[in-house]
Ligand binder design. Sequence first.
Ligand SMILES: NC(=O)c1ccc[n+]([C@@H]2O[C@H](COP(=O)([O-])OP(=O)(O)OC[C@H]3O[C@@H](n4cnc5c(N)ncnc54)[C@H](O)[C@@H]3O)[C@@H](O)[C@H]2O)c1
Length: 437
Amino acid sequence: MNISIFGLGYVGTVCAGCLAKDGHKVIGVDPNAHKVNLINTGASTIIEDDIGDIIKAAVAGKRLSATDSCSDAIAKTDISLVCVGTPSQPNGDLDISQLKRVCTQIGRALQRKSAPHLVVIRSTVIPGTTDDILVPLLEKHSGKKCGHGLLVGYNPEFLREGTSVYDYYNPPKIVIGQMGARPTSLSKIYRDLPAPLIITEIRTAEMVKYADNSFHAVKVVFANEIGNICKQLKVDSHEVMRIFCQDTKLNLSPYYLRPGFAFGGSCLPKDIRAMLYRAKTLDLSVPMLASILPSNELQVKAALDMVEAGGSKKIGLLGLSFKAGTDDLRESPLVKLSEFLIGRGYDLKIYDENVSLAKIFGANKQYIEEGIPHISSLMCPDIQTLLAHAGTLIIGNYTKKYWKALKDGIAKKTVIDLVRCNDIMKAGPARYYGIAW
Ligand SMILES: NC(=O)c1ccc[n+]([C@@H]2O[C@H](COP(=O)([O-])OP(=O)(O)OC[C@H]3O[C@@H](n4cnc5c(N)ncnc54)[C@H](O)[C@@H]3O)[C@@H](O)[C@H]2O)c1
């Protein structure tokens, strides 16, 4: 395939070298004459293991060259990968000026080309940048409509500096964001890489890169804060994290990674508080761990704001315990939400099968009757009663067995979903709001 690569920095040079090594004919484009000259003399623009030899062989084999001429590169290639820099501005916002310039240049060059051309953005950008800013620029300057002679995709890069060539050939995943679900020739150039190929919407692909990098940063800071506490408590932090990482069910796994409502229960809040208190007594600052409970509380506040925006004063809350499948109400964020709603004068009714049973039999009977009588008195005997009352229905926790009772009454309701209930989403209530989607 004939591929042009815009930007001969870390990402662009590795892509250019590896794609040429894989047999493609690659033209690198960069306004920096020094970088163009380096490539054309068979030298890498960056220091990374193996890249020097790869570039040298690719240039010697006439599969790789570089130019500062955008129009030349566009005329001679079918796909352009855009790998220009997106640095921070002083206020923290992303500087996309290089991207805007390059899309303007590519657009102008495409005006003079009749064959279809695929432009793939690889630079890291805030979701919406490609669709809302770059596609219009490409369309305006090329005179073509996206989907008609001009195709646009987004393909985030996951390589790490220092191991970039290894990472190129061993990516964790290949994500291609494209308009509609049309397959593009882009997936073909990655055909031989040993990684799952994920085709998604452009905005999703853009966001995946931020989710990844945020999580990587969180992991580093988390390990360091735990390490700093371990050190003070004379515990070997590396042994702790070695054991921690062996848990691929709850720790290094998809568990606890579904956006939704706040956490609660008898353990997480208590144990975080105890850890923070101990850190304080050790004069240790652990800002990330310290931000967990305030952030969790904001999620309760977010649910409250959604109820307020919903308008109805008659609220039905499905679920009260801290998660489905238990009657445990200790530090349940749904109890907290209920208290906020009562405090603001909402006419609240609640149904939770497990809590209803516990009211009669369980170990929680006394707590329900004496600890939270103001909430206990709002409990309905069944879902039908809850539905009949609710102008707005909040799904606080959900089990499949609720569906039989819900399905007939849901169509006319406003639903605030805190758990991402697929049954309700599919059914399509009159108004549906997800807490984090
Ligand atoms: N460096 C990494 O490890 C890494 C990893 C994944 C993603 N990314 C993302 O990839 C993008 C590129 O990062 P990088 O580190 O390679 O950047 P870089 O700054 O090393 O290179 C960018 C290159 O783009 C060139 N350029 C600027 N305007 C141009 C134009 N109009 N036409 C052609 N080239 C132009 C610059 O001269 C420069 O050589 C960024 O968005 C970055 O966030 C970087």
